[in-house]
Design a protein around this ligand. Sequence first.
Ligand code: NAD
Length: 459
Amino acid sequence: MNSNPYSDLLQTQNDFFDSNQTKDLKFRKGLLQRLYQVIEQNEETMFEAIYNDIGKSKLETIATETGLIKSEITHTIKHLNEWTAKEYVPTVLANLPASSYIISEPLGTVLIIGAWNYPYLLTFQPLVSAIAAGNTVLVKPSELAVHTSALITSIINENFEANVLHVVEGSVKETTNLLMLKFDKIFFTGSTTVGKIIYQAAAKHLTPVTLELGGKSPAILTADASIKLAAKRLVWGKFLNSGQTCVAPDYLLVDSSIQEQFITEFKKQLIAIYGIEPEKSEGLTRIINLPNFNRLVHLIDTQKVIHGGKSNTRSLFIEPTLLFPISKEHPIMEDEIFGPILPILTYQNLEEAIQLIKEKPKPLALYVFTNSTKTKNRILKEISFGGGGVNEALVHLGNHNLPFGGVGSSGTGNYHGKFGFDNFSHKKAIHEKSNWFEPNIKYPPFTPLKTKLIQWLLR
Ligand code: NAD
């Protein structure tokens, strides 16, 4: 008797995968079209659920969740024939006469584990890629986003057969049980701490993983930056979803010669965008739960508050809060903030800013606000980070032509668009030999002439 509660479910998915039905492109496109319809039919309920979880507005839910998922589906269906086509590559001279090509084949049954901060996007977007690549899929949304987790479960499980796509709800206990099983791929989005647990569990089965993790993502402002525009874009990028965004700027590094001008402008933009009573703004969400709220409130060093700082336990609301001046040794510089608190540090020369970033683990994102090509190029060349922007924050993740993922402790692997399809595929390399000619060079006896020929061919 098998004691793992998910063994049977996994077995039905493995069996279905083995039936080869997911290898049919029409079948995959049908699932993607169905997913699109399911989202469209349930979109109003999805707006309600996410509002109940974190108070996110309809517009923002479309812009950062359902709209992005729909456009990912449309883009994927449009390109699926091209992505799945046999890819011919040149054959090296020594192997001729032959042809060489790559076949993208599905991996099997994959497990997708989501985070709560963009609960739809972080489960559905990898799901689109996993289906497109021809896998059977088990999804585990985050239990912290209670309403969206329940809704994702019902809309998927009511509309898809469990043997091809199924959602399992749960927290640590359920995820631990799932992780005991052998999947063909695990795609995880969440914290670096839990990422290590996932990696270890996967290693037991040699299961490949993609880890979409977090970290402290910096934004650098140089003396020649367009201050007003930089402030406006940074306010949006930092406080969208109340800072609960994996690629939100975690801290600012500002050239000391523009610090006063920038801070004045930043405060102006905060008021222009969220008003003088930010709690009434529909552009600011709530903190996900009381433990996170308490964690964030404790991070607010009241001696350093230069804007905001107030919070409301009942509504789990924290004002956009600026802390200044902050040193690199301040406690807020230790871990990812993941909330609406922004520490501002200053630097005297660019070298200092680069050093400070490089002393920390490689960030998921980095943003540089500058009008100097030389400075931009230096930063892009010298600092390793997952992805990011020049004179913009966050927006790179909305382009399915760019790979999205971290590097080092901010993650491994990437997805979105074709990168997502490739992530959930195995690239099978084929050398197809023609039968009209068989050179004898590789067969003994080895003569001096053959040695010379091999040296020439592999020069
Ligand atoms: P989390 O790591 O606490 O949880 C993520 C998932 O892991 C959830 O589904 C949860 O149920 C599961 N989980 C939690 N503890 C577990 C355990 N001990 N064993 C097995 N599974 C466990 O992360 P979170 O709080 O949901 O999300 C916040 C973090 O995620 C931040 O660090 C953020 O930067 C990161 N994040 C990264 C991305 C990205 O794309 N790189 C996107 C969103 C969030």
